[in-house]
Design a binder for this molecule. Structure first.
Ligand SMILES: [Fe+2]
Length: 288
């Protein structure tokens, strides 16, 4: 299994043909894909994906595990998922710190969970079970949430930290989600970042968001990455060093060349921050 670093792209149907034609070669460090979009698919999809994964390292990012849910895990889903991850040599698998289904019904939304110890214990047990079933580490992603489920005992970063410690799992840190929540719920995003165990960060997401009105930002993945989010990415990379960073784009997808330009822009921010991380490493080793 390989562990890519640098800037990757979330693979989407809108530009998969461009990727097949080699237009992303040398411009994208790896691809992130959601297994649920390809599992149970007949026709040419598995062969096409197989050819792409021969040329790119693949990291998988799930949408349906419902780690915060209460339904028992679906054995068939996990069997299929493990076989998909093995086939594409995914070094770890990520999914969201949320619930997205109840009583067998899938809600196609990432819904928040209460930030309390009881929930952290329950979610951590599910993350451990998922790691056992998948035979690889799990990374949990902090979500954008628009509704606070009562006043929890903890704030979100404390809750995230508690889940990570109890499950002994990894963090898929979405800096755009932190920024969106910070604006919608009125907190300092850097205080949030400083409270989570950065040593558990295995991968990052960046994306764009849109203003719904003067009071609400929606995490649409439908706009360019904002400077504030670039600054947060740089802050994290300066502290954690080389990691895979995924640019997520799900709506208003621009022409592919323009999307690759944005990958290059993320890479410039990443490389600058990495330079500062290297300098800090040297100072720590040899003194200033
Ligand atoms: Fe994300």
């Amino acid at each position: 299994m390989t562990t890519p670093t640098g800037i990757g792209l979330g693979l989407r149907a809108a530009f998969i043909e461009r990727v097949e034609r080699g237009e992303a070669d040398g411009k994208v460090a790896f691809l992130e894909l959601s297994p649920e979009n390809y599992m149970h698919r007949g026709g040419p999809a598995p062969r096409r994906l197989g050819a792409i994964s021969e040329r790119f390292d693949i990291i998988t990012h799930g949408l349906m595990m419902s780690l915060g849910g209460v339904d028992p895990f679906d054995d068939e889903y996990f069997r299929e998922l493990r076989s998909f991850l093995d086939r594409h040599r995914s070094p770890w698998h990520s999914d969201h710190l949320c619930w997205c289904g109840f009583d067998g019904a899938l809600l196609h939304d990432l819904l928040p969970i209460p930030f309390d110890t009881g929930t952290a214990i329950r979610v951590a047990d599910r993350v451990r079970a998922a790691q056992d079933r998948l035979g690889r580490p799990m990374a949990v992603e902090n979500i954008s949430w628009y509704l606070e489920l009562g006043r929890g005992q903890r704030d979100e970063p404390e809750f995230v930290a508690e889940v990570l410690e109890r499950a002994d799992c990894l963090l898929m840190l979405d800096v755009n989600n932190v920024f969106v929540n910070s604006r919608n719920h009125g907190f300092d995003p850097y205080t949030w970042l400083a409270k989570v165990p950065l040593e558990r960060v295995v991968q990052l997401h960046v994306a764009g968001h849109e203003l719904w009105d003067d009071t609400l930002i929606i995490d649409t993945h439908g706009a360019d990455v904002r400077n504030e989010v670039y600054d947060m990415l740089a802050w994290v990379i300066e502290r954690v060093g080389p990691k895979p960073v995924v640019l997520e784009r799900d709506s208003n997808i621009p022409p592919f060349a323009q999307l690759l330009d944005e990958v290059a822009a993320v890479d410039r921010v990443y490389q600058d921050a990495l330079g500062r991380w290297h300098a800090n490493q040297l100072v720590a080793k040899h003194g200033s």
